[in-house]
Write a protein that binds this ligand. Structure first.
Ligand code: SAH
Length: 346
């Protein structure tokens, strides 16, 4: 089978072309056509010889994952379902806000982390995506934007655990960031992890921003809702986060899902403050988004506000993540391709 263009770095493609008896410097020309000019038809690449242009379709695949369905929320959020072959699919979510257009990409089909409150977790890991399939989600969505609109932020917060698929994730970051690739600023890329501690240094090394799904303030609660905590408990996680901030000079984002009667008490807010205050960070509270048979509930507005206000009163830098796309199952923790639940009213 011919390889996908989007799996290659500039140097790798050069080597690949040379192994086929072609000139290595053609790699640069191809990268310019594909990423800078977004030309997806070899026959239009006019600085290449006609013969070479005719051969290229046999050598490289320029297609990106096909969009199977697209859903649009009342709030403007768009969710794309991508075919990644063999009957498998992943979702990406495009989230507009005042001055941003954020793309949330998937890194795996399903997920093995088994977080109790997450819908994706119900679909066990089927397959890890390749770097090209991650880059492909970005390109496919970018190509569908109207003139003048562009994606400003990329978050690895879709389906899957990015640090369970680090090689592909960091290679996709390289392709998205490099001047020969998409040229996207690393400061606008965030990798979110459920807490695979030994791989956090790779986030630091890659120069992207780190988000950590904390969700519990002590090992008891966190292990109950996030089994990964049994392997890497909170103390180790916090140590790795602190190290990241020291080496990167950047803040960590702690995501904290508010589950009614599980993580939403005032005591929890205070413990969350104590736990995170020694790490340069911001806290992103995410009121639980409902999905079928989860067994968890979203706290009342009053309780959500009380939680946030307590953190603010203590001096934490805390933001509430606005719920976007809930009507089309595009909100945090609602992504799945196992079944297609009926749309819910906002
Ligand atoms: N596996 C990575 C990337 C997914 S990010 C990670 O865990 O960080 C998805 C975010 O949504 C995580 O912070 C997770 O804690 C949160 N989340 C999962 N299910 C949710 C739900 N039902 N409601 C609200 N947030 C949820």
């Amino acid at each position: 089978m011919k390889p996908s263009f989007f799996e290659f770095t500039l140097d790798e493609l050069k080597g690949h072309l040379q192994s086929l008896g072609k000139e290595g410097f053609r790699s640069q020309q191809l990268f310019r056509w594909v990423y800078q000019m977004r030309v997806s038809d070899f026959s239009q690449m006019t600085n290449l010889s006609k013969d070479f242009r005719r051969e290229l379709p046999e050598m490289l695949d320029l297609s990106v994952p096909r969009v199977l369905t697209e859903a649009k929320s009342l709030d403007g959020t768009r969710k794309f379902l991508f075919d990644v072959g063999e009957g498998q699919s992943v979702e990406s979510v495009l989230i507009p806000s005042k001055d941003r257009l954020t793309l949330c990409v998937s890194s795996e089909v399903g997920c093995n982390m088994a977080c109790k409150f997450c819908y994706t977790a119900k679909q066990k890991l089927k397959r890890r995506l390749s770097a090209g399939e991650i880059v492909g989600q970005f390109l496919a969505v970018a190509d569908r934007l109207p003139e003048g609109q562009r994606i400003t932020n990329i978050v690895f917060m879709g389906m899957g655990e990015p640090l369970d698929n680090p090689d592909a994730v960091f290679k996709s970051v390289e392709i998205l960031h490099s001047p020969w690739g998409v040229g996207f600023s690393k400061r606008k890329v965030t990798v979110s992890t459920s807490g695979i501690v030994p791989l956090i240094p790779r986030v630091t090394e890659a120069g992207v921003r780190l988000a950590v799904s904390l969700n519990g303030v002590n090992d008891d609660v966190r292990s109950r809702i996030m089994p990964i905590n049994k392997r890497w408990p909170i103390a180790e996680l916090m140590k790795a986060c602190r190290q990241h901030t020291e080496e990167s000079g950047d803040r960590v984002t702690f995501e904290y899902v508010l589950l009614k009667d599980v993580t939403d008490s005032l005591e929890d807010a205070r413990a969350l403050y104590r736990l995170t205050r020694s790490v340069p960070c911001k806290i992103n509270i995410i009121p639980f988004n409902e999905h079928p048979n989860s067994g968890f509930h979203r706290p009342s507005e009053a309780r959500i506000e009380r939680f946030q206000e307590e953190l603010m009163r203590l001096g934490a830098h805390v933001l509430r993540r606005k719920t976007m796309g809930r009507d089309i199952y595009a909100a945090c923790g609602q992504l799945t391709t196992a079944a297609n639940p009926a749309p819910i009213a906002l």
